[in-house]
Design a protein around this ligand. Structure first.
Ligand SMILES: Nc1ncnc2c1ncn2[C@@H]1O[C@H](COP(=O)(O)OP(=O)(O)OP(=O)(O)O)[C@@H](O)[C@H]1O
Ligand SMILES: [Mg+2]
Length: 470
């Protein structure tokens, strides 16, 4: 809800009641109240002497609005009531809800001009979800998610994987394909996480519910809605509620109550589905067999789609697969390197690959050349963030792993690492929870560091060692 919409709506209501437009003082009060300011703050920000005066003028405004809307409006319910009025007006006029989904699929939906459809989607809020123009592949994963949601009716689903692997895109695609299956769809992005209290208030607000005082009351109402209506709630970038610099999946103090919220989603009877998207696994996301009737995880791996390359304007089709493998099927890495290949090599993947080879020879035997992933500045800054999130124990393990171009055994990894068994086990486990290290089952169990990440570590070895004090 933006302030212009609010001022416009209140101006119309006041004009209807008094015949006068809003004056500057009333506009300042409304702006202040929408920004959750006290009368004191409004007075000082807008240059009025007394908070009492602001209080008196506010009450006069509330009186006018209460009479016009035939309901009791006061300071504490002001913002929410106005938002509800705006939403219901828009719905009544056959317009879209102000929180309504902005996805291109919905905007182009053949039924969008139909009044019934607009009302049907009035509890959809996809404003924070990306718009998808081209989507490739992921058919198997889409089928799996469909099954989890529509056949098994799992309450909590985790979509997990390394940054850039396509988690957000994948879930948004699923949502776009299933808009009409849910009465409520809300997408929240945790790039800047919300406290649980604010999140629940926000969800209730989109569902046009009365504001509640306590978190308990809000949760009760939310779970009532989860029971009465089929809701789909997506919380993206959940990794941001976990602590940086420590082992994976530990909640920051201020977000600890999310743990109880997730447990309550699983334990309560309702007909709704919640999808959590994360780069990092926490304990709740580890799905044991006995949990699989209520929760499940979808771990995304690389996207092996040559059409994707073609559409990025890259040449040398015979080299597509080599490039895909080199960048581990990570679409974010492809897009970034494709941009450089187009600019520097005129789109010729073969030339790029030939020029970027590493000589692994002994000097006596013939040289065995392997392709090396080039780390673009975009990939570099993405990895820097990932590396900074690691605990010192994990950083030590990563540095050791980066010295090997092949997967290595636990014994080799542990050698000379100067970590206690507890730290070693927890660190290695944590790196797997972040999808940076994978376990490979050969004759023996081996551990492999993501090759692109390994290249980043090798290139930045000096600064990493200096900064991390390892
Ligand atoms: N299936 C797909 N089809 C087309 N493009 C894709 C697909 N998956 C991912 N992409 C492209 O790759 C980029 C990265 O994908 P996305 O944002 O979904 O990654 P992510 O796993 O959510 O990353 P992060 O954890 O950093 O949020 C997208 O901006 C999109 O351009
Ligand atoms: Mg994402």
């Amino acid at each position: 809800m933006n302030i212009t919409e609010v001022l416009h709506t209140i101006d119309e209501l006041v004009k209807k009641k008094t015949g006068e437009h809003l004056d500057d003082l009333q506009k300042s009060i409304i702006t202040g109240l929408c920004n959750k300011q006290t009368y004191d703050q409004i007075a000082s920000e807008f240059g009025y002497k007394s908070a009492n005066y602001i209080g008196d003028e506010s009450r006069k405004l509330f009186e006018i609005l209460s009479e016009e809307l035939e309901e009791d409006i006061n300071k504490s319910n002001f913002c929410w009531t106005i938002e509800r009025v705006i939403n219901s007006q828009l719905t009544n006029f056959g317009n879209t809800n102000i929180n309504l989904c902005s996805s291109c699929e919905l905007a182009n939906h053949p039924l969008i001009n139909n009044q019934e459809t607009k009302v049907k989607y009035s509890h959809h809020d996809l404003t924070l979800a990306p718009q998808i123009t081209k989507f490739y592949n992921r058919e198997t994963e889409l089928k799996k998610l469909n099954n989890y949601i529509f056949n098994q009716n799992l309450k909590l689903i985790f979509v997990l994987g390394l940054s850039g692997i396509g988690k957000t895109y994948f879930v948004k695609r699923f949502v776009d394909l299933n808009l009409d299956k849910f009465e409520v769809i809300i997408w929240k992005n945790f790039k800047f996480p919300l406290s649980l209290d604010l999140l629940i208030s926000d969800l209730l607000n989109t569902c046009q519910q009365q504001p509640q005082e306590t978190l308990q009351a809000k949760l009760k109402l939310l779970f009532d809605i989860f029971t009465q209506k089929r809701c789909l709630i997506i919380l993206d970038n959940i990794e941001n509620i976990f602590i940086s610099g420590q082992l994976a999946g530990q909640y920051k103090q201020e977000y600890k109550d999310y743990q109880n919220f997730f447990t309550r989603i699983i334990e309560t009877q309702h007909q709704s589905n919640i999808i959590l998207i994360s780069q990092e696994e926490c304990a709740e996301m580890r799905c044991f067999d006995e949990d699989l009737s209520v929760i499940n995880c979808l771990k995304l791996s690389g996207l092996n789609d040559v059409e994707f390359m073609k559409n990025m304007g890259l040449k040398d089709e015979e080299s597509y697969l080599t490039l895909i493998n080199l960048y581990e099927g990570n679409p974010f890495y492809f897009k970034s390197i494709a941009h450089s290949i187009k600019n520097i090599y005129d789109g010729h993947i073969a030339e790029f690959l030939t020029e970027n080879k590493d000589n692994c020879g002994t000097g006596i035997l013939p040289v065995n050349q392997i392709n090396l992933p080039v780390i673009t500045t975009q990939i570099q800054s993405n990895f820097q963030l990932l590396f900074d999130k690691l605990s010192p124990i994990e950083q030590k393990i990563i540095l050791k792993l980066s010295k090997f171009d092949q997967p290595i055994s636990r014994e080799e990894l542990k050698e000379n690492l100067e970590l206690s068994s507890t730290d070693f086990i927890n660190g290695l486990q944590s790196l797997q929870q972040r999808y940076l290290v994978t376990k490979i089952k050969q004759d023996k169990i081996m551990f492999n560091l993501s090759p692109v990440f390994r290249e980043y570590v090798k290139l930045n070895l000096l600064s990493i060692v200096k900064l991390s004090n390892i």
